[in-house]
Design a binder for this molecule. Structure first.
Ligand code: BG6
Length: 484
C-alpha cells in the first residue's frame, strides 16, 4: 500500500507510478520533468517510483530517447544540472509508453512493467499535460483500459473554454474519476507567497481587522508579462489572455485574497470558502473590461491576420458579500508589456481629514496607503504609508516597510509552483486545487463577457496596454509602473 512518510522537509508520498500524458510537449519540458527531478534531489519522492512519458503513437519515443529528452529539459530549465549519480538514478526510473484512444496497449504495458518492478500496489498518478480539447478523450481512454484504477489525475488549465465545455469536461471526468481523485492544477497556487497570503491574513491580528470594505478602498491583481506569445500561436489563438490568465490564475488569487477565514486549513474548508467568493462575484460587465492586442500580433506565424484574440485583458469586478460590497477589484494581465510582475495591491482608505500637507514632490493620488504583495517567487510584502520628512516643517512623504522573503529565510526547502502541487497531488492533498463547482461558478460569472466581448484595442509592445486601462481604474491608479 502506498503510504506517506514524514521527513524534516515535509511528507514523502508512498510508492508511485507517475504517467505524464503529453510528455513530449512544452509543459513537460519546461516544468514537469525539471520539477520531478528537483523533487527527487530534494528527497521528496518515494524510494520506489517510476515516471512514464506518454504521447500518441505518432510522437512516440523509445525509453532511451525519452531519457535524453528529459535530460535536455532538465539541462535547459532545471535548477540542478542532470549529471552524475543523482541523474543516473533518476533517469533509470524513466520509461515511455505510447497511447492512442484506439491503442493504449504500449502505455498499459509500460505501467504494468513499472508496477512489477516496484512491487506491492503503488499509487498511480496521471498528469494530463494536454490541451483542453484532448482532455476528455485521454480520460475516457484511461478509464477504458483500466489505468484509472487506483489512480489520481492532475488536469491542466484552462479547464474548458466556457461554462458548457467546463460542465461537459467535469461530467466526462466524473464518469471515470470521482472528485476526490481529481486535481485541477493552477500553478500560481503553488507559489510560496500565495500560501503566505493565508498566513498573513489568518495568523496575524495585525491585518485581518482591517481586511474589509471599511478600510480597503480597492484591490488590484496585476500580472503583466514582458514575454509575447513566444510562438504559441496555436494555443493562444483559441484561448486569449482572459481564458489563459484571468479566469484561471488571477481569479484563483482573488479567491485567496477575498475569502472568509476557513474553519480549518483542510481542503474541504479552504475550497468551500474560495467557492463562496466565486458565488458572490457579480457577473462580469463587458463595459468594465478592456481587451487589447499588441501591435504585430496578427503578423505572428500561425495567427489569423484578422484575429480578434486578446493578448491583454483588464477588468473591474465586484464581490457582492458583506465583507466586500462596494469595493472594486481590478485585474490586469497581458503579453508584451513593459515588465513581468506578479503584484497584488490593497489600497487603503485615506483618513477622513488630511491634517498635514504633503511634501512638494508627493502627488495626492492616494497611492500612499497600500499593502503590496509581490509574489514573484520568493517575493516581498510592502506596507506603503506616509511619514514626516525630517526638518522643521510638518511635511509628509512616502515611506515603506518591506518584508523580503529571500533576505529573511533560507530558500533551501523552497519548491516552485508545479513542484509543490505535484507533491500535494501525490500526497492526496486537494487544498490548493480547484473543485468542479468552483470552476463552473467562475465560468458562469464570465458568461456575459464571453457572449459580448468588447472590441480589442491595439497597444504598443513594451507599453502598459491600451490607454483606456487608466480610465478603467479611476478614481484610483494602478500601482504599476512604480513611481510613475
Ligand atoms: C501559464 C500561461 O499558465 O502561466 C502562460 O499559459 C503564462 O501564458 C504563464 O506565461 C505565467 O506563469 P509564471 O509562473 O511564469 O508567471
Amino acid at each position: 500500500m502506498a503510504t506517506p512518510s514524514a521527513t524534516p522537509q515535509g511528507s514523502v508520498p508512498g510508492d508511485h507510478v507517475i504517467v505524464i500524458s503529453g510528455a513530449t510537449g512544452d509543459l513537460a519540458r519546461r516544468k514537469l520533468l525539471p520539477g520531478l527531478y528537483h523533487l527527487f534531489r530534494a528527497g521528496l519522492l518515494p524510494d520506489r517510483f517510476r515516471v512514464i512519458g506518454s504521447a500518441p503513437a505518432a510522437d512516440a519515443l523509445t525509453d532511451a530517447a525519452f531519457r535524453e529528452h528529459a535530460r535536455r529539459a532538465v539541462a535547459e530549465f532545471g535548477r540542478a544540472a542532470p549529471e552524475g549519480g543523482p541523474w543516473q538514478e533518476f533517469a533509470d526510473r524513466l520509461t515511455f509508453g505510447a497511447a492512442d484512444p484506439e491503442n493504449p496497449r504500449p502505455l498499459v504495458e509500460a505501467v504494468q512493467q513499472a508496477e512489477r518492478e516496484i512491487g506491492g500496489s503503488p499509487q498511480r498518478l496521471h498528469h494530463l499535460a494536454v490541451p483542453p480539447q484532448a482532455c476528455a478523450s485521454v480520460v475516457r481512454m484511461l478509464g477504458d483500459c483500466g489505468l484509472a484504477h487506483h489512480a489520481r489525475v492532475i488536469v491542466e488549465k484552462p479547464f474548458g473554454t466556457d461554462l458548457a465545455s467546463a460542465r461537459a469536461l467535469n461530467q466526462a471526468i466524473h464518469t471515470v474519476f470521482d472528485e476526490s481523485r481529481v486535481f485541477r492544477i493552477d500553478h500560481f497556487l503553488g507559489k510560496e507567497s500565495v500560501d503566505n497570503i493565508l498566513a498573513l491574513r489568518f495568523a496575524n491580528g495585525l491585518l485581518e481587522p482591517v481586511w474589509n470594505r471599511d478600510h480597503i478602498s480597492h484591490v488590484q491583481i496585476d500580472v503583466p508579462e514582458h514575454i509575447d506569445i513566444q510562438g504559441r500561436a496555436h494555443f493562444f489563438e483559441g484561448t486569449g489572455t482572459f481564458r489563459d490568465m484571468i479566469v484561471t490564475h488571477l481569479f484563483q488569487l482573488l479567491g485567496f485574497i477575498a475569502m472568509e477565514p476557513p474553519a480549518t486549513l483542510d481542503a474541504p474548508s479552504l475550497r468551500a470558502e474560495k467557492d463562496k467568493v466565486f458565488q458572490s462575484l457579480r457577473p462580469l460587465d463587458p463595459a468594465h473590461v478592456v481587451r487589447g492586442q499588441y501591435d504585430g500580433y496578427r503578423d505572428e506565424p500561425g495567427v489569423d491576420p484578422a484575429s480578434d484574440t486578446e493578448t491583454f485583458a483588464a477588468l473591474r469586478l465586484e464581490i457582492d458579500n458583506w465583507r466586500w460590497a462596494g469595493v472594486p477589484f481590478y485585474l490586469r494581465s497581458g503579453k508584451a508589456l513593459a515588465e513581468s510582475r506578479h503584484v497584488i495591491t490593497l489600497g487603503f482608505r485615506e483618513p477622513p481629514l488630511r491634517m498635514f500637507p504633503l511634501a512638494a514632490q508627493e502627488s495626492a493620488d492616494g497611492r500612499h496607503n497600500e499593502l503590496v504583495i509581490d509574489f514573484d517567487d520568493p517575493g516581498t510584502v510592502t506596507a506603503r504609508f506616509l511619514a514626516k520628512r525630517p526638518g522643521p516643517e510638518m511635511r509628509l512623504t512616502q515611506a515603506q516597510m518591506v518584508f523580503d522573503y529571500a533576505g529573511s529565510f533560507a530558500q533551501d526547502h523552497a519548491l516552485e509552483g508545479y513542484e509543490r502541487l505535484i507533491l500535494d497531488a501525490m500526497l492526496g492533498d486537494q487544498s490548493l486545487f480547484t473543485d468542479a463547482f468552483g470552476i463552473e461558478t467562475l465560468w458562469a460569472a464570465a458568461t456575459p463577457l464571453l457572449e459580448s466581448p468588447p472590441p480589442v484595442r491595439p497597444y504598443v509592445k513594451g507599453s502598459w496596454g491600451p490607454s483606456s486601462v487608466a480610465e478603467l481604474i479611476q478614481p484610483h491608479h494602478w500601482h504599476l509602473p512604480q513611481n510613475s
